[in-house]
Design a protein around this ligand. Structure first.
Ligand SMILES: Nc1ncnc2c1ncn2[C@@H]1O[C@H](COP(=O)(O)OP(=O)(O)OP(=O)(O)O)[C@@H](O)[C@H]1O
Ligand SMILES: [Mg+2]
Length: 382
């Protein structure tokens, strides 16, 4: 019965006497080791099992003598051909009727398949880990490149903005120079005609003074663009700015042949801004209106009013020009969009004006009707 049981087992079973010789083995043991059943009989277990640094056999013996059962110790079986086969060993004592130790039963399970599975799994894990590492490295290099591209884009955008702003300054200098040229012309004509210069100079000098201020401030602005610092702002009544700009443009002969309606608010409307920059916006809007009306008769209205809640000031510049086609209403705020000939328009007036208003926390918007006219509205916090 005992023999039949061990014969039926798929694991190698070896029964040893207390001297360590094999007294019984099953076919599975014979298969694994390559020894015949006969050859195995009386074979010392030392020939069959490796006992290297772990001293397994001694441990087996000692523990089994102590009555322990040995479970799943890793060891090696040596085949007849000398091959080492990894096994997981379980051992238990065989006791005689009187309770003395008569032998040991060893069950050795061939773990090559499991080992191979483990090795394969380890290789798979290693491959996966290295793939993950590669992926991570690739990802971080892509992220680095993205970051670099982003920085370059930001830089390019900043350069473009600086270019736009510098262009805006040039644009304003050109506008303002026209005022100076007109004033100088007027004086030269008066001198040539032998007119009384006193009255003329009295009216023209303040304009020239403002022109000088503009040129100085815009020179400053260019320097600021090269090395940005805060814009100097101060509280100022928007009514006064509008009045002065209109006077300046009149002086420059920009508003001849036009009806002009200026509707200022009765109360002072203080805004904290850089005066020159607000003048720049107004000059741009009014010159645009004049250009739009062209040679035809027309009217420009400018209003300055507090908004209902009193916290903001709104300025409107309205003309009776030809209006702007609906599909171009967005485009006019893009830098360099112009419908004017190259020598007279750069397309920077509106984008720069909007930039300025937005920098103060307001906005510049347009509404227009073809054939009827156009209105630009901007607001500033009080
Ligand atoms: N009041 C207006 N009526 C009709 N079209 C306008 C008016 N204001 C602006 N536009 C249109 O918007 C375009 C862009 O205006 P913007 O002030 O930005 O540049 P520009 O006047 O063409 O050139 P720049 O101001 O540089 O001399 C104009 O070319 C014009 O087509
Ligand atoms: Mg313009």
């Amino acid at each position: 019965m005992f023999e039949q049981v061990i014969e039926a087992m798929v694991d190698a079973v070896l029964v040893l006497d207390i001297s360590g010789r094999i007294t019984l083995a099953n076919t599975a043991a014979s298969h694994i080791t390559g020894y015949s059943l006969d050859e195995m009989r009386q074979l010392p277990i030392a020939r069959l099992m490796v006992d290297e640094s772990s001293g397994l056999r001694t441990v087996v013996r000692r523990r089994i003598e102590d009555g322990d059962v040995l479970r799943r110790e890793e060891s090696w079986l040596i085949t007849k051909a000398g091959e080492r086969i990894p096994v997981s060993v379980t051992g238990s004592p065989v006791h005689g009727k009187t309770g003395t130790l008569e032998g040991i039963v060893i069950v050795a399970r061939d773990v090559r398949d499991i080992r191979k599975l483990l090795v394969d799994k380890e290789a798979e894990i290693a491959a996966r880990t290295s793939a993950e590492d590669e992926l991570r490295a690739a990802k971080s290099s892509i992220e680095e490149q993205l970051e670099q591209t982003r920085t370059q884009l930001l830089l390019a955008e900043r350069r473009a903005t600086l270019g736009t702003l510098a262009g805006g300054v040039g644009h304003e200098l050109r506008n303002i120079a026209q005022i100076q040229v007109a004033a100088v012309d007027e004086i030269a004509t008066a001198i040539a005609a032998g007119d009384d210069l006193r009255a003329l100079l009295e009216s023209v000098l303040p304009d020239l003074e403002r022109v000088g201020e503009h040129i100085t401030q815009h020179g400053h602005r260019l320097m600021q663009l090269a090395r940005p610092g805060p814009d100097r702002v101060a509280p100022i009544d928007l009514n006064l700015v509008v009045r002065d700009v209109v006077a300046m443009l009149k002086g420059a002969g920009k508003l001849r042949r036009l009806q002009l309606a200026i509707d200022l608010s009765a109360e002072p409307l203080q805004v904290t801004v850089n005066r020159t920059r607000i003048e720049q916006i107004l000059v741009n809007l009014i010159v645009n209106a004049v250009d739009a009306i062209g040679e035809a008769p027309g009217r420009i209205s400018i209003t300055v009013q507090p908004i209902a809640d009193g916290k903001r000031v709104v300025c409107e510049v309205t003309d009776t020009g030809p209006g702007i086609p609906p599909d171009q209403l967005d485009k006019i705020f893009e830098p360099f969009y112009t419908t004017k000939p190259p020598e007279s328009g750069t397309g920077l007036g509106l984008p720069v004006a909007r930039e300025i208003v937005q920098s103060y926390g307001g906005n510049l918007v347009v509404s227009s009707e073809l054939g009827r006219g156009t209105r630009f509205t901007f607001d500033l916090p009080r």
